[in-house]
Design a protein around this ligand. Sequence first.
Ligand code: NAP
Length: 312
Amino acid sequence: MANSISNETRFLHVIEMGLGAWAWGDRVVWQYGRGYTDEDIRQAFQTSIAEGIRFIDTAEVYGSGRSERLTGGFLKETDQAVLIATKFFPFPWRLTKNSIPSALKHSLERLKAETVDLYQIHWPSPLFSPERMMEGMVECVEKGLTRTVGVSNFNQSQMLRAYSTLARHNIPLASNQVHYSLLNRSVEKNGLLARCKELGVRLIAYSPLEMGLLTGKYTMENPPPGTRGANYAALLNRIPPLLKLMTEIGQDRGGKSNAQVALNWVICKGALPIPGAKTGAQALQNAGALGWKLTDEEIAKLEAMSDKVLAS
Ligand SMILES: NC(=O)c1ccc[n+]([C@@H]2O[C@H](COP(=O)([O-])OP(=O)(O)OC[C@H]3O[C@@H](n4cnc5c(N)ncnc54)[C@H](OP(=O)(O)O)[C@@H]3O)[C@@H](O)[C@H]2O)c1
């Protein structure tokens, strides 16, 4: 596998964990402005940097640009080198390859940066082929607007089409960002994780805490606020045995929290988790997923329980 990782994308394979910035400005799902402020978000950023996190994932659509703007402001306040990933959203009104470098230029303005480290297509589109999208991405690389190219939410066949198109231009596909957590293991079952490893494409795991559920703080009686409450109502009922096992394992490992166990499990599976954090306290706790590893036996127990819970 190591041989298939190209020099240009190697940096992504060394990063163990990043920080997700979807909640930084998003009102629809995360209720930005209610319960957490820009100062909380600044603390989430600064604490993460202090704890050694050097990779931030944002997108042009997060908070309609606010996440990129906040990130750009924070980057100016640190002298650490932080790697930045953002994303292009294939809105149906901009489906030409030129729309991709053009959108990236707007993202760069908001990020107050000359270039990003990873530019990703946020979602595949039936109206915009992976081949045409990658032609736009090639332009972004050639113009020096991004260092590497990634996709997100692409299935194996879409990913291979992107991979092959880029390969014709001698550009490696750096990553595929997909949903992966102890409560969503489809990338293991459908072969995407294995395929990524084989091709040297870094699998970036989004929602690794299952949008907060795996921290154990939400219950049937205390569901998450907003749209998450309705989306996760059925799952909340089924997860207590998994949360209990995670707590037991965490206690055996010297008091690791459920969030730390959840993130460590993703790292052990060979993926790069990007947990979202709204506050310094959340960022600090999530950083505690680094510096230790679950044993094979603990992983097997967690997976057996996750299978049971998901099948129930
Ligand atoms: N490419 C895509 O389509 C896509 C889709 C989704 C996400 N993403 C990326 O992946 C990142 C992470 O995913 P996500 O934000 O959906 O979900 P997540 O990382 O699974 O959960 C993040 C949420 O959990 C809660 N939380 C985080 N750490 C905590 C802690 N230590 N203790 C207690 N609560 C904690 C916070 O919300 P509360 O405090 O409100 O519970 C936080 O906003 C996003 O920020 C984004 O960058 C990408």
